[in-house]
Design a protein around this ligand. Structure first.
Ligand SMILES: CSC[C@H]1O[C@@H](n2cnc3c(O)ncnc32)[C@H](O)[C@@H]1O
Ligand SMILES: [Zn+2]
Length: 437
């Protein structure tokens, strides 16, 4: 007899690795937050556990990795819609952030985002915002695996007055969370149009010294490229390459507008890309060449971006959008098939964050970051292929269970770490404050 803390019996398991496979009626044994066995039906009787979870009509799969977001921007959801990026940022979002973004705004907005993300199957968030201690505390309260991106800009915000101050504060706030298993700080220079050469050089040096990842918006719009040609006589990627930014440490958000040479350069440098299909559509930024990037060997994950430009934090929906947008962008229905989209939303995201050996797939030895979806609903009946349903048919309301590091954060659709009613009351009080100004 073998014994586990928890034994989960599932109708289907999508392990993601090996690629495009589905296991039927297998069980997962979890001990001390790790997967210790994937048990076929014939061996199930040899296992006992303190706790068993029965998922008779469900698919169990790795948790979704949101590779690019600004969690606290939930409090600005629906604040300014139907605008292009620079108009949206300069005339609406940055002025609102200038008035309202403080520690409490970031904590409350991030917690609200995390509740939404857990309820839609996200287990890891790669965030980028201000007041990093508040983001980290929210991550610990929610129980999500949280990458806290420390923003760096050349202009002042309520968080810091200069690029050097952003950097100093990032390192000071990081010190408080060293040793926290679920919290990792990254350096997040905002974008090529808001960060100087000098600051980018400092970021590269610091990232190497402190062994930190870098997270940056790059090649999001055509305007960004045109402006860079005027200001620097270089496209942003060429400029960043000269500054030493392009490496496997870099998670480049967006990368919508790419020449063949740039795709090849990014592949050679081992840069990871966070593709944000909904945000790119809503801000009319363009269609990223995802299948061409994958064909070139680039690791591409999926992000939601912030709730002010998406306006959902629903990785299932963005996985579907990634598959659909790749097809319409290339006029090729075989581009980004369902299993590839699911791999992008899980294992590729984990790999970009240096978690490839730890999470992103259901494999023995990995931490148990997993989700279950109930497919016994009219929206997903009948089931020929659970991978197809997860990507093309299921909605986030079908996510019933979520575990991070073995901890049950959503149990039969109930949040275990967060208070749903209290979150709604806090969101309403922020609405009143923001609307009053
Ligand atoms: C420095 S991170 C936070 C900063 O980024 C702004 N932001 C949100 N979404 C986007 C986007 O798609 N492109 C560029 N900048 C974005 C956010 O409002 C914060 O000011
Ligand atoms: Zn963004």
């Amino acid at each position: 007899m073998s014994h586990a803390d928890t034994l989960i019996d599932a109708r289907w398991i999508i392990p993601v690795e090996p690629h495009a496979t589905v296991l039927e009626r297998h069980s997962i044994a979890v001990r001390d937050g790790a997967i210790v066995a994937i048990v076929p039906p014939a061996e199930r009787a040899a296992w006992t556990a303190d706790d068993t979870v029965s998922l008779p009509n469900h698919v169990l799969m790795p948790g979704l990795v949101n590779l690019h977001g600004h969690s606290a921007m939930t409090l600005l959801r629906g604040y300014a819609d139907d605008l292009a990026l620079m108009d949206w940022l300069q005339n609406h979002i940055w002025p609102a952030e200038g008035k309202h973004v403080k520690d409490d705004f970031v904590y409350d907005g991030t917690l609200l985002a995390m509740a939404e993300m857990i309820r839609s199957g996200t287990t890891t968030i790669n965030d980028m915002y201000f007041f990093h201690g508040a983001v980290a505390r929210a991550g610990l309260a929610a129980g999500l695996r949280t990458f806290v991106g420390c923003s760096i800009l050349e202009f002042p915000t309520p968080y810091a007055g200069s690029a050097d101050e952003y950097l100093q504060k990032a390192l000071a706030e990081r010190r408080e969370f060293i040793g926290e298993e679920l919290v990792t700080f990254t350096l997040a220079p905002h974008a090529p149009y808001t960060v100087s050469d000098d600051t980018f050089r400092k970021v590269v040096t610091l990232a190497e010294q402190e062994d930190m990842l870098i997270h940056c918006h790059i090649h999001e719009t055509r305007g960004e490229i045109d402006d860079s040609l005027k200001a620097h006589q270089l496209r942003p990627l060429a400029r960043l390459d000269r500054l030493g930014l392009l490496s496997p440490r870099l998670i480049a958000a967006h990368m919508v507008h790419m020449s063949d040479d740039e795709i090849e350069l990014v592949a050679r440098r081992g840069v990871h890309i966070a593709h944000n299909p909904t945000s790119n559509m809503k801000l009319a930024s363009g269609i990223a060449p995802v299948q061409r990037l994958l064909d070139a060997g680039v690791n591409v994950g999926i992000g939601t971006d912030g709730a002010a430009s998406n306006n959902k934090l629903d990785m299932l929906s963005d996985t579907r959008q990634a598959a659909l947008l790749a097809k319409v962008g290339s006029l090729d229905p075989t581009a980004v098939p369902a299993a590839t989209a699911l791999r992008m939303a899980t294992l590729n995201g984990a790999r970009a964050l240096g978690l490839g050996a730890k999470t992103g797939s259901i494999e023995v030895g990995k931490r148990f970051d997993a989700i279950a979806l109930d497919l016994a609903q009219v929206e997903t009946a009948p089931t020929f292929d659970p991978i197809s349903h997860v990507v093309y048919a299921a909605g986030r309301e079908q996510v019933c269970d979520v575990w991070v590091d073995g901890r049950h954060l959503l149990a039969a659709r109930t949040l275990t770490t967060l208070d749903h009613t209290a979150l709604l009351a806090v969101a309403e009080s922020w609405r009143n404050k923001i609307a009053a100004r």
